[in-house]
Every structure is written in C-alpha cells, then in structure tokens.
Design a protein around this ligand. Structure first.
Ligand code: 9Z3
Length: 400
C-alpha cells in the first residue's frame, strides 16, 4: 500500500497532494492579477499582506453535491484587511467565496441588511415619475456609511485591495502556494496573515466518488450502461442489513498535509513575516497548542484564539520574549456577540504571578466613550510594529 500523504516528508507530500488535483480553473486569472498587483506595489516600495479568510469546503463527491464545511464567516479576515489598509498596506484578500468582504461586510449580515440602511425620499416636482422618490441612505446612517464608502473607494481607486475567491480546501492550497511564490519580489515587505479556517481533513481524490453518493440501493437488475453499479458507489461502511430508511454513510477522511512548513521554508519570500492563527475551544489547550505550532513551523507569530472569546481576546505567541502576550478589548468596549461567552475571557491564560487585577485591565484605553471596538483595531497595529521590526532587522542584516 502506498503511504498516505500524512506520513510523507513535507516536500514529498506537496507533490503528492498537488498532483492529485487539477488546479482551480480561476488560478491562471488570479495569478495574472496577483502578478500585476505585486509588481505595482514593489515599485511603490509598499508593504503587502496576504490575508486568508473564511472556511474551506471538503467535497464528498467530485461532481459535488455534498460537502463538509465549518463555521467561519470571515469576520476576522475582512475586518483585519480594513485595518491593514488603514496602516498603509496593500491587501491580497484570499477569501472563501461569499464570505464577508472588507467594507461591504458592514452591510451584508442578515442582521445588518443593506436594505435597512436605505429609504425612498419623497418624490420631487422634477422626478421623472411622480410616484418615484430617490433612493437614499437614512439620515442616521449617513456618517457611518460615508466613512465606509470613502475608505472603500480609496482602496479601489488606488488598487490597494485585490479580492481573490476560493471554495474548497484544495483550491485554497493551490492559491496559497501560487500567491506566496508570486510575492517573492516583495522580500521582507511581504506579510502572511493566515486567518482562514482551513479544514484539517479531506477525502483524497483517489478515494472520492465521482457522482452523487446514493442513499438507497440501486436495483441489481438496473442495466443502464451509463449508470454506476451500486458496488462502485463510495458510501463507506454499509450496515450489513441496510435499514429500509436508507444506507448509513461512513466518511473516511485523511489529514490535510500541513503546508505551513512549505510556506515558511519554500514558497514565501526570503525575509517575509508569516503569521498563523490557532483556534481551540478548550481553554486549557490554547496556549500549549499555539506554542507547539510555533515550534513546529518556526515562523514568526501564532495568534491563538478561543471560539467563544475570539471577538474580545487573542494571545500573541512569539519566538522572542515575552513569548506569550494577551491582547484584550477593555471590558467597557466589548461589543455584544451572539455566539460569544464573555465569562470565558481570561480562562485560557495560564496564571503566573499576575497582579490579580483581572484580564480586562490590560491594554488600557484612554478612550472611554463606551462604544464597542473591534479587537482587530488593536491586533493589526501591534502586528504592524512587529513586521516593521522584522523589516528593519532584515535590512540591517543585508547591509552586513
Ligand atoms: C482563526 O483562528 C480565526 O481567528 C477564526 C475567525 C476562524 C476563528 P471568523 O471567521 O473566525 O471571524 O468567524 N483562524 C485559523 C483557524 C485554523 O484553522 N487554524 C489552524 C488550526 O487551528 C492552523 S492554520 O489548527
């Protein structure tokens, strides 16, 4: 039996994985766009960040009817992209198709439906149709929408934001590999911010059903030459006596190869900064898992977050002291979150000699207006400082 990809060395796993899948149809077009984008910003000596965002799908069939997905809506990625743009970065936004996008995210939630921001004004005497008023933004939203619209238009007009979509986990991998290589001319001005929730498991192409997995037996005397025999249909383990209601489907998934090694050691530009995210649900595991990831891949920063508190706190795990640094939205500035559990803020921090003043006292903010702030407005400026330090060190080192 040939070894599974999970048992191979990183470079071997890379060719085995990428040989198994056809590249995404949109890849050549995305590459052309990214090449031109990178060239423009190399010329301007601008920093460029690749932000990955949203979940990935894991198809169960080659002609995909069903797939496995995850919870990520792409809030972290889309919000972070806006703050990177504010910091003067150009952003390649590699996102799950239909997940949240920078700027338009403010109006695309079902709870924030753009139609609720609009109104029809009273018809005026010069209206073409006396029944038709102009469509306008409601007066209470004018300031907020003007602000978002201006930033959006600025990013677009100055070619600072490149939106590239993917859907499946393999499309994500192909795109990431190509983009990282295309970013090489940027050198240390390149930053990788891997916020996408990438599936850890997949069905290798060689074991994947071509057609829709059947939930009931195909009759033995079914003799259409075009049809697939019921024995050929991938359904995993069938119950010995299939219940009348239908077959059981057992899905057998392989681990997705960890390409962070390849990104850090091969694809990404020399001197660039690589930041990955670690997501956990168990507070007692978060710091341990984030530290292990940093050691394993020898990159520059792991940002750890818990599913339940991710809007209010994250931990920066770095190779240099202080090694573990918590970033929190002060208590008074935390926005409500439907899925969040505020009681869990602080639980993942291993208490060692803390002054007992409580997690909410960190990152004190002089601004006490009480309005909610987004944690990305704290994360990104901190990260930009770290990236600046790295660029500085790299420039010094190359001067000798
Ligand atoms: C994250 O941890 C992101 O912060 C979230 C953002 C996915 C939690 P939302 O889209 O959520 O704003 O709702 N991303 C990385 C998650 C991940 O899959 N990391 C891998 C892991 O934990 C390592 S690359 O093993």
């Amino acid at each position: 039996m040939s070894p599974s990809i999970g048992d191979m060395e990183p470079a071997e796993a890379e060719s085995a994985y990428f040989n198994e899948y056809p590249p995404p149809k949109a890849l050549p077009k995305h590459e052309a766009l990214a090449r031109a984008f990178v060239e423009r910003h190399v010329e301007a000596n601008r920093r460029v960040v690749l932000v990955t965002s949203g979940g990935t799908t894991v198809p169960l069939e080659a002609q995909t009817v069903r797939f496995i997905d995850n919870f990520s809506a792409g809030t972290r990625g889309a919000t972070s992209a806006e703050y990177f743009l504010e910091q003067g970065y150009a952003v390649i936004f590699l996102h799950r198709q239909y997940s949240l996008l920078p700027y338009s995210r403010h109006y695309s939630h079902s709870t924030n439906c753009f139609l609720d921001f609009m109104d029809e004004a009273a018809p005026t005497s010069d209206s073409e149709n006396p029944d038709h008023g102009r469509i306008v933004v409601r007066s209470e939203y004018q300031d907020q929408m003007r602000d978002v619209l201006r930033k959006y238009r600025y990013a677009k007009q100055n070619n600072l934001l490149l939106l590239l979509p993917f859907t499946t986990v393999s499309e994500y991998m192909f795109e990431l590999r190509s983009l990282a290589k295309l970013m090489r001319p940027l050198g240390s001005n390149a930053l990788f911010y891997l916020a996408a929730a990438v599936s850890d498991f997949f069905i290798p192409r060689s074991r994947m059903a071509e057609h829709k997995i059947q939930s009931s037996e195909i009759p033995a005397n079914f003799s259409d030459d075009e049809a697939v025999g019921s024995n050929d249909i991938y359904t995993g383990e069938n119950a010995p006596e299939p219940p009348k209601a239908g077959k059981k489907l057992v899905i057998n998934l392989d681990p997705v190869p960890k390409f962070l090694h390849r990104l850090v050691d091969g694809w990404a530009p020399e001197g660039s900064m690589v930041v990955s995210f670690k997501l956990e649900t168990d507070p007692s595991l978060l710091v341990y898992k984030a530290k292990t990831a940093l050691q394993r891949y020898s990159h520059h920063l792991v940002i750890g977050n818990l599913l339940s508190t991710r809007k209010w706190e994250v931990v920066f795990i770095t190779p240099d002291p202080p090694h573990e640094r918590w970033i929190r939205v002060p208590k008074a500035r935390r926005s409500k979150s439907i899925s969040g559990v505020e009681d869990q803020v602080g639980l993942a921090e291993i208490k060692k000699g803390r002054d007992g003043s409580g997690p909410e006292s960190e990152n004190p903010s002089s601004d006490t207006s009480g309005d909610g702030i987004e944690i990305e407005s704290i994360i990104i400026p901190e990260l930009v400082k770290l990236h600046g330090n790295m660029i500085h060190k790299h420039t010094e080192a190359s001067r000798g």
